[in-house]
Design a protein. Sequence first.
Length: 144
Amino acid sequence: MGYRKYVLNLKEAKAIAERCLQEVLETTGEPVAISIVDDAGALVYCLRMDEVRPICLELAECKAYTAAIGELSSSAFGERDKSWERELANYHDNKFTHIAGGVPIKVTDPDSGNFKIVGGVGVSGRMPEADEDIARIGLLGIEL
């Protein structure tokens, strides 16, 4: 048996971002930026609503990166680091953040039945907890 690795593709990343956007438009419509990264933290897809603040683009990508690389939501990553008395500077990686709004993208490994992290989704533009809710909703009903 050879090595197999699931890779998040553009179609899937776009579907997740569009599901997040749908949730935003069905609620307040307040502009957000949405970023989807792969398991290495590389940007796969980014969606920027009109009039979103420029900093939100960078924050959305950092939240997605943290979720993918840290294998936890960005808020849980921050809570874990707080309990370990660890600061972001300890990572020597300026893309990590403790701001809520990033959620890991998981798939089930068909061989083992275990979850694998294949990427992360990050949302920025609202209050951090609301951003994270949108990111979670973006994963609902998406077949990976």
